[in-house]
Write a protein that binds this ligand. Structure first.
Ligand code: KG4
Ligand code: ZN
Length: 350
């Protein structure tokens, strides 16, 4: 089965084509970073309008990259949620109409399921069951993944997501949007251990996270350092960034270790935008080496939002016989543990 996938849940317009025999055939992405940068964050209405402008040309470019035409597709998958409702609606309307016009099935895919299954796109995919750490701008969760649609949530954030903490802290430090990667690269020039920020909820049992207190601790420290009004020198800023990043990395690593112990799983998968963070990757890899745990990442471009992960997840579900009716599905909120487990049936290829 060959699936066209569309992802428009936030500020990236992305299209991919995945073939169940050949693997990923093509993927294209248009980032709206430049569009939103002047506002210091994503402006939902501008995001929707840009998806309208970019989506159809991107579909054509993806087909061209794959070397196929419209008639050689067997299904369409699209991100139906969670995300910005206007942005989701653009992708959902195009995907559903496209599938209707071509007489092929369409399926709305859960954005986080896409992230959880993104490592399956790699040459040596992890085996079920595994523990997944999903750390993105909107979500932070630990889940036991036993198979397609079998996601047991072990812990999640009580307030800010890890990416949100990076973004808000970056903003407080006056770094440009998007803050997460900017803060991470500043942190790379910093010295470890200069500031002692809290490791949220590490002293308590359980697998939940909380990051808003950490962000506040950084803001308070910045205020103290800036008494007298003089701007901070670059090394001090880098040291603060480094200590903040260290607190996040240590917290996430410790919770991953707990989750692996609790479930007995021997594989850890890291997904979502913060999974691109180099310090986090290095720490989790060394934790894995010490404990005989396989630590797997999607390649960095599939950690952040992309359509390849939606194509993969959609293809597996379409292959299992799942498909939507003619409704255009878009939901801003959609709990991942409410997802159905597809019943494997034999389906024809059209
Ligand atoms: O998964 P994603 O692309 O979008 C969501 O679904 O949220 O994640 C984006 C998040 C943003 O908060 C961004 O700041 C963060 O991932 N991020 C990073 C890095 N690259 C992206 N955070 C820390 N270090 C990075 N290198
Ligand atoms: Zn995402």
């Amino acid at each position: 089965m060959r699936v066209l996938a569309i992802e428009t849940s936030c500020d990236e317009t992305a299209v991919a084509i995945y073939d169940s025999e050949l693997g990923l055939m093509a993927h294209q992405l248009h980032s709206q970073v430049a569009l939103h940068a002047v506002f210091g964050g994503v402006v939902p209405e501008l995001a929707s309008r840009d998806h309208v402008r970019k989506l159809l040309p991107l579909i054509e470019a993806t087909l061209k990259q794959a070397g196929i035409d419209h008639a050689q597709l067997d299904g369409v998958a699209y991100t139906a949620g969670p995300g910005l409702i206007g942005a989701l609606l653009v992708g959902a309307a195009v995907a559903r109409s496209y599938a209707f016009a071509r007489g092929i099935p369409a399926l709305g895919v859960h954005h986080l399921e896409g992230h959880l299954l993104a490592p399956m796109l790699e040459a040596d995919p992890p085996r079920y069951p595994f523990v997944a750490l999903l750390v993105s701008g909107g979500h932070t969760l630990l889940a036991k993944v036993a198979g397609l649609g079998q996601y047991q949530i072990l812990g999640s954030t009580l307030d800010d997501a890890a990416g949100e903490a990076f973004d808000k802290t970056a903003k407080a430090m006056g770094l440009p949007y998007p803050g997460g990667p900017a803060l991470a690269s500043l942190a790379e020039r910093g010295r470890l251990g200069r500031y002692d920020f809290p490791r949220p909820m590490l002293d308590r049992p359980g697998l939940d996270f909380s990051f808003s207190g950490l962000k506040t601790a950084v803001v308070v420290t910045l205020r103290q350092l800036q008494q007298g009004g003089a701007p901070l020198d670059e090394q001090t800023r880098a040291d603060v960034a480094c200590s903040f990043q260290e607190a996040v990395v240590e917290t996430l690593t410790a919770k991953c270790m707990r989750a692996l112990k609790q479930t007995g799983a021997r594989t850890l998968v890291v997904a979502g935008g913060v999974g691109a963070n180099r310090a986090l990757r290095a720490r989790l890899l060394s934790m894995g080496e010490q404990r005989g745990i396989a630590v797997r990442y999607p390649r960095p471009e599939f950690c952040t939002d992309n359509a390849a992960m939606i194509a993969y997840a959609g293809c597996q579900r379409l292959l299992a016989g799942q498909q939507d009716d003619l409704q255009i599905r878009a939901v801003a909120r959609w709990p991942i543990d409410s997802l159905q487990i597809p019943q494997v049936t034999t389906v024809s290829s059209n």
